[in-house]
Design a protein around this ligand. Sequence first.
Ligand code: HEC
Length: 147
Amino acid sequence: MKKVVVTSLAVLLTTLSHAQGKDAEALVAGKQKADMTYLQLMEIMGEASSMMHKGVLRQNKQMVKEGADIILTHPAPNHKPWTIMAEEDQAGFKKSLLAYDQLLDTKAGKVVEDADQGAWTKASNSLNDLNATCLSCHAMWQEKVKR
Ligand code: HEC
């Protein structure tokens, strides 16, 4: 049963990424480039999340929106992001980059939507959901970065 679920999830993910007609190479190639490393991009992501957090606490819609925009429109680093992983981990990390790019956009968008309606408790819950998404990728990958 578990195997069936895992298999159909894999099929679904493959179908989704095919439906989008995109892979991680195309995703990264489609973004503007900035002169920063992947780690520096992550530091900016941290600032974006923190700005959204402050915006929710202060009930400042524009602050929430500007933080979310950083996540929604972030440029690509000056190197292929998967090169921070060992060769054998790169294919897996590419899949995560692709899946999480979409997830972060959807979840950041939800926080903006809630804030826009002045639904601050909802916005706070949606922000927790966004942060949990960041953390799940970290749990999978942060320790695998080659040093
Ligand atoms: C695709 C996986 C992935 C996603 C999604 C992701 N991160 Fe990261 N993050 C990483 C990896 C890998 C590192 C470690 C990078 C390194 O050490 O070179 C990291 C590191 C960080 C760091 C530490 C930077 C430092 O100075 O040590 C922060 C802060 C951070 N991420 C914030 C975020 C936030 C906020 C989000 C969500 C909005 C997010 N990340 C989403 C993979 C991800």
